[in-house]
Design a protein. Structure first.
Length: 392
């Protein structure tokens, strides 16, 4: 028996993370899993430093997740010369300032959704990251589930023909009790940005939006003196994609009985695809051919020949929600290590900005009762390559 572990001489990518709650846990799990699943790989993430608000809890998180250092001062992490990648898994209101500081310090940056609470702030982040020449990732993790990627590949290959219409929904019930205030972010920031991103990822840019927004439960809470934050429980949008195809997008945090239903159906001239996060491994596919067999087939997208599934298990041993985060962060770190692009499969800060622009068009439409043009995308500024060399 050999007594020493041979050294892992893959390039280390040192991670500094803000936040140890749900997403801190999901991202830490990803960084710990990547080195042995994405084998041999060009890099290995190293959990270098974590920051959070409460010392005892951030210390516990450092021990539990395996970070070498911890602090309650996030500036110490973004300014740490040893950190290559800053991962912002903190609350929505903490996305802008720490991420901008990390960009300024030359770190590559991953940031949870929503990228920021306004399109203007998203644009600041996007422009800063492009100017500094760092890699940037907006954490729209659902792009990295195999069934979603397969749908995108079928659409890109023209297998569904011309996309003629599409329906997207994200329904949860967790905001439905007027006695409690489980979240204050408002439905667009909490889950609407995910479903908008799915629509853009699969069908394309959204040109115009007509929306109705309601807040029956938040209003009841406010009447009872319970904190409500952004009063927005349901958002229903009729949209027109750049292609001219119509779409429906809705998001609800008060959909009684719905736990986590991110679902869509996309109909083309030669076929259709449909998917539901509550049955995330299955893509329902219909392709025109033999008329006797017309109808949807259920494909379990977990075979070695499926996108994003090959590194995992064999013969349809199923994947879960966390695999979206693991696949996403592996893709991002590979881009950092090799210089390959994050887009088009990964969401960049540009995608975070575009989701915010669609959200703001929806809010404006609901306020005015008019159909609203989505703001034009920001011009891409000239990149200034980051000078800080990655740790060799
Ligand atoms: N992509 C997804 O699937 C998904 C799912 C849920 C939440 N989110 C997003 O992830 C982000 C994190 O959400 P969450 O539910 O994990 O946690 P949260 O929003 O409850 O954030 C809590 C964490 O942020 C830290 N924090 C807060 N203020 C701080 C400060 N001033 N300085 C340092 N640290 C501070 C806390 O210590 C804690 O670790 C949010 O933006 C949320 O919208 C994404």
């Amino acid at each position: 028996m050999y007594e020493t572990t041979p050294p892992d001489d893959r390039r280390p990518l040192r991670i500094g993370m803000l936040g140890y709650a749900g997403m801190g846990k999901a991202h830490s799990n990803a960084y710990r899993t990547i080195p042995y699943i994405f084998w041999p790989g060009a890099f290995r993430p190293e959990l270098t430093a974590i920051t959070g608000r409460t010392e005892a809890k951030v210390r516990e998180a450092a021990i539990r997740y395996g970070f070498q250092r911890y602090t309650t001062d996030w500036r110490t992490v973004v300014e740490d010369d040893e950190i290559d990648v800053f991962d912002n898994a903190g609350p929505d209101a903490m996305h802008v300032e720490p991420t901008l500081a990390a960009i300024d310090a030359g770190k590559h940056v991953a940031c949870e959704k929503p990228l920021a609470l306004s399109a203007a702030d998203c644009e600041r982040l996007y422009v800063a990251a492009e100017r500094r020449g760092v890699k940037h990732l907006a954490c729209f993790n659902y792009r990295f589930l195999p069934a979603v990627r397969l749908a995108r590949e079928l659409i890109d290959a023209g297998d569904l023909g011309e996309i003629r219409e599409a329906r997207f929904r994200y329904s949860q019930e967790r905001g439905g009790d007027p006695e409690v205030s489980p979240w204050t972010a408002g439905t667009l920031n909490a889950i609407g940005c995910h479903v908008i991103d799915q629509a853009r990822f699969l069908v394309g840019e959204i040109a115009r939006v007509s929306a109705v927004i309601t807040s029956p439960v938040s209003d009841r809470r406010a009447e009872r003196g319970i904190e409500t934050g952004v009063r927005m429980d349901t958002v229903a949008m009729a949209v027109e994609f750049d292609s001219g195809a119509p779409g429906l997008i809705d998001a609800s945090s008060i959909a009684t009985g719905r736990k986590n239903q991110l679902a869509w159906e996309i109909n083309g001239s030669r076929g259709s695809v449909a998917w539901d996060l509550e049955d995330l491994n299955v893509l329902r596919v219909m392709r025109r051919g033999d008329r006797r067999l017309d109808g949807f087939a259920e494909v379990i997208v977990c075979e070695p020949w499926h996108p994003l599934a090959g590194v995992w298990w064999d013969t349809a041993h199923l994947l879960g929600w966390e695999h979206g985060h693991i696949n996403m962060l592996a893709h991002f770190l590979d881009a950092v290590a090799t210089g390959s692009p994050v887009a088009p499969y990964g969401a960049t800060f540009h995608d975070g900005l575009r989701a915010a622009q669609v959200s703001e068009a929806a809010v404006e439409s609901a306020r005015t009762g008019r159909r609203i043009e989505v703001a034009a995308p920001a011009a891409v500024p000239a990149a200034v390559p980051v000078t800080q060399a990655l740790s060799a």
